[in-house]
Design a protein around this ligand. Structure first.
Ligand code: NAD
Length: 259
């Protein structure tokens, strides 16, 4: 298959949270290929961050769940670039925890990174986004946030449902500045989040389970999500805002229930 890349984002400054691993790294590399300058806010994978820097990304170590660190990152970006064209709120963690095993500390940490982090980054960088005429925000939610069930994901789903309603409300509030706000809700994607620390046998067992949950009988790759993010960030999506695009291979449990 021949893939042609266009320079859709030449001259664009793109803030990507958690952009050094998994889905975030695929998003960063996608923007690099298409001429943008990614500004990666990262909390881990120092070596990956250095490699991305060599390829042209601007990297800032920043815990998105810490508002002061996010504010400092904003100041650095303001001094260095003076504007932001696109924000991709991708950073997130998944703590599996059945409701009956509720642990307040774990819950609060997950909510702080996934939901508060999205709010902090959006709020702090908004003045820079308002300096361009066609700013874009893309949030990474999850199909868990629209109710797709998996064991132990209730609290994670709550954090992602929060991101979905935030996406819709921000589209409503920021439309007057020409800013579009959309979300992508991935299904089961092969990254450290789903396969980290698993041996080959366990990884294959999990792949098989999730293949069988989709009508396309396949699991997702980080690029499957990055491609949707790049589309939503591009001029081709200029008439789309307030939407959640589900990219999950067609989950059978969602496609077969009655509406
Ligand atoms: P991953 O664990 O490979 O990557 C998560 C990224 O977030 C890492 O770069 C990590 O450093 C970063 N991060 C975590 N805490 C952070 C913090 N406090 N500050 C800054 N960065 C932080 O996982 P992934 O699968 O690539 O996940 C990316 C996003 O996609 C997450 O929001 C996740 O919830 C979402 N998602 C993933 C899947 C999946 O199946 N993998 C499905 C649905 C949604």
């Amino acid at each position: 298959m021949v893939v042609v890349y266009y320079m859709r984002f030449k001259g664009r400054i793109v803030v990507i949270t958690g952009g050094t691993r998994g889905i975030g790294r695929a998003i960063t590399e996608g923007f690099l290929r298409e001429g943008a300058t990614p500004v990666v806010l990262y909390a881990s994978a120092e070596n990956e961050a250095k490699k991305l820097k060599e390829k042209g990304a601007y990297i800032i170590k920043c815990d998105v769940g810490n508002r002061e660190e996010v504010r400092k990152a904003k100041e650095i970006v303001d001094k260095e670039f003076g504007k932001v064209d696109i924000i991709v709120n991708n950073a997130g963690i998944m703590v599996l925890m059945p409701f009956e095993e509720f642990d307040e500390q774990k819950y609060e940490r997950m909510l702080r990174i996934n939901l508060n982090g999205t709010i902090y980054v959006t709020y702090e960088f908004l003045p820079l986004l308002k300096r361009v005429k066609d700013g874009v925000i893309v949030n990474i939610a999850s199909n868990a946030g629209i109710g797709t069930a998996a064991e132990g994901t209730t609290f994670y789903a709550i954090s992602k449902a929060g991101i979905i309603i935030l996406t819709r409300r921000l589209a409503f509030e920021l439309g007057k500045y020409g800013i579009r706000v959309n979300a992508v809700a991935p299904g089961w994607i092969e990254t450290d989040m789903t396969l980290g620390g698993k041996d080959q046998e366990e990884a294959e067992r999990l792949r098989e389970i999730f293949r069988n949950k989709t009508v396309l009988r396949t699991t997702g790759k980080p690029e499957d999500i990055a491609n949707v993010v790049l589309f939503l960030a591009s001029e081709e999506a200029r008439y789309i805002t307030g939407q959640v695009i589900v990219a999950d291979g067609g989950r059978i449990d969602n496609l077969t229930h009655s509406v």
